[in-house]
Design a binder for this molecule. Sequence first.
Ligand code: BV8
Ligand code: ZN
Length: 251
Amino acid sequence: MFAEDLIAKIKNARSIVVFTGAGVSAESGIPTFRDAQTGLWENFDATLLASPNGFCSDKALVWGWYEWRRMKVLHAQPNPAHRAIAELSNRVDHFALITQNVDDLHERSGVNDVIHLHGSLHQPRCFACARAYIFPGTMPDEPIEGRRLEPPRCQHCNGYIRPGVVWFGESLSEAAWERAQLAVRNCDLLFSIGTSAVVWPAAQLPIEAARSGATVIQVNPDKTALDQVADYNLHGQAGTILPLLLEAITQ
Ligand code: BV8
Ligand code: ZN
């Protein structure tokens, strides 16, 4: 199934980075970023909804969209791809997981130190004073086509609560970006899993790994701009490929 030199490279790697996008959560039933535009969302530009201007121009529409996505994540379970990545993290001396995803499925599959480049659905904060907001313990019950929902207000300054994610046009957290760059510059091997590699500066990471001499392995059913950069392109679903890869390296 896999080239012998590929298996040897993974077995001999002492430092591995796994870089993931929405595709790794697809088999958990979480729509990938671009096809999250189902129902009500199909006539909205995602990059508009996921932006400060989008929120300021229609807070209830954007907050309702994020609550619908948060509900999807709360109902979802980690899939075999998440679990294979967690198992890999226990088999290598140095491991870093860098994700563009805002769900917590990597954490729930057992990876305890996840670098979230684009924040998290589970850490809302006040748009004005940045104080953390704690969600009520209840499960949101959002219809599939979504609905407008007024965002809650901050108890401290009465500002609007916003999703704890990095929107388009917002800069990434310095700390996360520094950690991610350090990891990719010092790894022997980087997996890029389930990302269309179109969002910057995240998309730069596998390129920096390759430039630093790492072996780059891409897992994606489709071709992406990374096909030119990767040493190995495993075209298929992560939930199928990764468990087979783990099996092959443990033989
Ligand atoms: C910034 C959180 C500047 C919100 C997200 C160059 C440099 C810097 C910036 C830019 C630049 N060029 C353009 C920009 C602007 C912009 C950008 O990149 N725009 C894009 C559209 C061109 N970047 C930004 O605005 C960034 N900010 O740089 O700030 C700055 C600097 C200083 C001071 C101020 C400002 C911030 C970008 C972060 C945006 N936030 N997420 C939310 O989630 O709602 S991005 C969001 O979209 C996701 O987090 C993710 O990163 C991205 C979606 O990408 P993917 O994860 O790849 O998902 P996608 O659906 O695209 O693809 C899924 C893939 O999986 C597919 O390939 C599919 O084939 C595959 N797949 C499907 N099923 C499976 C599978 N693979 C495996 N197995 C399966 N089963
Ligand atoms: Zn506040």
